[in-house]
Design a binder for this molecule. Structure first.
Ligand code: PHE
Ligand code: CO
Length: 295
């Protein structure tokens, strides 16, 4: 794999950072403030506590292997030693969300983009873009699981292909990422557990997704998910539940091209609705849902 080349330094409103041609930035670790480290410590302690008995074993155990602690924001370099040795993945620093094709290219090459900056103290419970806490605490642990690590790479390769096929294919694939990597639940002998990164980095949603009566919890179904819109500004109205990580691999192994073609003429489903044919684990009451648009 070729190492991205640094092209310039750039002054942003968050600091002076080295920029690489692929959008990769070097983690300006020495520039994190006391407040930044405190935000990390607070969120880290709080989520480790909330996730006991709620996150799946694969998430919790792999997270421990990194040796992350509340003491300080982890250095990407240190995490990469563990990650590269474990599954050959590495994390790369970025400013924030990337263009789709750039993001897919990183994943296809087993590079996971991590926002270098952390949220402000007044954003502990919610922010609308992925920061270091969401990316590092939420995504990186599962990349140490061999099956999941392969799934995310396969998704990246699938993304490169879907991008060329056009916006409809891309939308179908993005929904799959949303309802698995970001907001997925897994059925275990002990009960439902969380593996989705968007959930594990949120205290409120970690509790809501398992304990609230409001959302639907429905068995994983590839095409059903590809047709389902989602919420970006509230907790999810529907969660999809896998039986195991191998199920994700098996269901996503076929070529999606004919599936995209078939789905193009079918209507999308609202984030809130249960459909005939769903394997319903729990039908949500819908209580407390605000009327906002699905994406
Ligand atoms: N099999 C998919 C395709 O042909 C690729 C993929 C794998 C997509 C895993 C998502 C997750 O596009
Ligand atoms: Co994310």
């Amino acid at each position: 794999m070729n190492t991205p080349q640094r092209v310039e330094h750039q002054q942003t409103d968050r600091g002076y950072i080295p920029v690489y041609a692929t959008g990769i930035v070097e983690q300006p670790w020495a520039d994190y403030t006391r407040t930044d480290h405190e935000v990390w410590a607070t969120l880290f302690r709080r989520q480790r506590e909330v996730l006991k008995g709620r996150a799946c074993r694969e998430f919790l155990e792999n997270q421990e292997r990194f040796g992350m602690s509340p003491g300080a924001i982890p250095k990407f370099e240190d995490l990469n030693k563990v990650l590269k040795a474990g599954t050959g993945w590495e994390i790369v620093g970025v400013e924030g969300l990337l263009p789709d094709e750039v993001f897919f290219d990183h994943l296809a090459n087993r590079r996971f983009p991590v926002s270098w900056w952390i949220r402000k103290p007044e954003q502990l419970d919610y922010l609308s873009e992925p920061d270091l806490f969401h990316d590092l605490f939420g995504h990186v642990p599962m990349l140490l699981n061999p099956v999941f690590a392969d799934y995310v790479q396969a998704y990246g390769l699938g993304g490169v292909k879907a991008f060329k096929l056009g916006p409809d294919a891309l939308m179908n694939l993005t929904r799959l990422y949303w309802y698995t990597v970001e907001f997925g639940l897994i059925a275990t002998p002990e009960g439902l557990r969380i593996y989705g990164s968007g959930i594990v980095s949120s205290k409120g949603e970690s509790i809501y997704c398992l304990e609230s009566d409001s959302p639907n919890r429905i068995g994983f179904d590839l095409e059903r998910i590809m047709r389902t819109r989602y919420k970006i500004d509230t907790y999810q109205q529907t969660y999809f539940v896998i039986d195991g990580f191998q199920q994700l691999m098996d269901a996503t192994r076929p070529d999606f091209t004919p599936i995209y073609a078939r789905l193009r003429d079918l209507p999308a489903f609202a984030a809130s609705d249960v459909q005939p044919g769903d394997r319903v684990i729990q039908q949500g009451t819908g209580e407390g849902w605000v009327k906002s648009a699905d994406v």
